[in-house]
Design a protein around this ligand. Structure first.
Ligand code: PLP
Length: 378
């Protein structure tokens, strides 16, 4: 299989698996236990937290392990809203957030909060001005993702953060797509989250950063793990794997990005040379290195994904499929793209282990699949 869906998930790095193995086998103590087996596990979690904090550039006491990006987003939004309800009940999000944040906000609307969604421009960029216009005296939470998972647009987070800081609301940035890819310093925030499986780490573990002094209610109640703010026995191997994967991804960031950009640009060039009626979605410049989101005239994105899958190439559409119901991409729709362009979008996301040969073969397959779909519709 040629895997071109790295924004969905990445393969586990062999070295990361090696780092995790002792905590999946011999070192099985519960880190909350008082005996030496527990202490050994607790020490591993502490070391993992310290490593992540150093890389992010924040105090270790501001780092919370979660079960991934979704839990980080839920905890930040619901936790801050619950702790700030005396100050106001208004939430501002970009309209192109991941459902992890959008649906969390919709949950809060059932309890009396109001949500304002801010649309991007036609390239998928959220302007600081549009955020400023959406702020109200009762706004308590603002969320804008560092980079979008569908079209890969990287947002001007530092400028947006400055706007939100002048207002005083809490600012959260979903860094799931940028962690290990772009420096954390590029995306200042009061809170952010990321997920290990997006940077060659294990699935089901992520990180929530909340700045010191931030007031937020916990999502999971129970034991005193994560300083009482996230109950549940700690995923020791996951924490170790997350830290190891982040360290490796950040150490190889420049090298990996150069390679991935070269493969992505080779892919775009070959597609342009070989297939007519193709449109790039998202910003040409402010874009994640790995992302190519393309729409194909006269095609359905789903059909392209299925056709490529049969040919041994894995990619994804710009639409979300849940319980068998395919809905149009809320991202492309918010960008104001016309329906045909939304329906025909396909996302290709490259990874550090892809090769030029795979890129060339995937374009050959894509050319054949698109031609077949167009013929069948003619
Ligand atoms: N936020 C973004 C931007 C994502 O791309 C994803 C996953 O695709 C998530 C959040 C959810 O992360 P997780 O799968 O770790 O829950």
């Amino acid at each position: 299989m040629i895997y071109l869906d790295h924004a969905a998930t990445t393969p586990l790095d062999g070295e990361v698996l090696q780092a995790m193995m002792p905590y999946l086998t011999d070192v099985y103590g519960n880190p909350s236990s008082q005996h030496s087996a527990g202490r050994e596990a607790a020490n591993a979690v502490t070391a993992a937290r310290d490593k992540i904090a150093r890389i992010v550039g924040v105090p270790a006491s501001n780092i919370y392990f979660t079960a991934g990006g979704t839990e980080a987003a839920n905890t930040a939004l619901k936790g801050v809203c619950a702790a700030s309800r005396e100050r106001g009940r208004h939430i501002v999000l970009s309209a192109i957030e991941h459902p992890a944040l959008l649906e969390s906000a919709r949950d809060m609307c059932a309890y009396g909060w109001e949500l304002t969604l801010v649309d991007p421009d036609g390239n998928g960029i959220i302007s600081p001005d549009s955020i400023a216009k959406a702020l109200r005296p009762d706004t308590v939470f603002v969320g804008v993702m560092a980079a979008n998972n569908e079209v890969g647009t990287v947002q001007p987070i530092a400028d947006i953060y400055a706007v939100v800081k002048r207002h005083g609301a809490f600012f959260f940035s979903d860094c799931v797509q940028t962690a290990g890819v772009l420096p954390f310093a590029q995306f200042p925030s009061d809170g952010m989250g990321f997920s290990a499986h997006k940077f060659y780490g294990p699935k089901g573990v992520g990180v929530l950063y909340m700045k010191g002094g931030a007031r937020f209610a916990r999502l999971l109640s129970g034991g005193n793990q994560e300083r009482g703010l996230r109950a549940g026995t700690t995923n020791v191997a996951g924490a170790v794997g997350c830290a190891c994967a982040l360290e490796r991804a950040c150490a190889a960031m420049d090298k990996n990005n150069k390679k991935v950009v070269r493969l992505r640009d080779m892919f775009l060039k070959l597609v342009n040379q070989n297939i007519e009626g193709v449109h790039l979605n998202g910003d040409g410049q402010s874009r994640l290195p790995a992302n190519a989101n393309l729409s194909f005239d006269g095609c359905d994105g789903e059909q392209i994904v299925f056709g490529l899958d049969l040919a041994g190439v894995a990619c994804s559409t710009g639409s979300a499929c849940s319980s068998g119901a395919v809905t149009s991409s809320h991202v492309l729709t918010a960008m104001g793209l016309e329906e045909q362009r939304v329906k025909s979008a396909v996302r290709f996301t490259f990874g550090k282990d892809n090769t030029e040969e795979e890129v060339a073969r995937s374009v050959d397959c894509l050319k054949a699949v698109v031609a077949r779909i167009r013929r069948s519709r003619a």
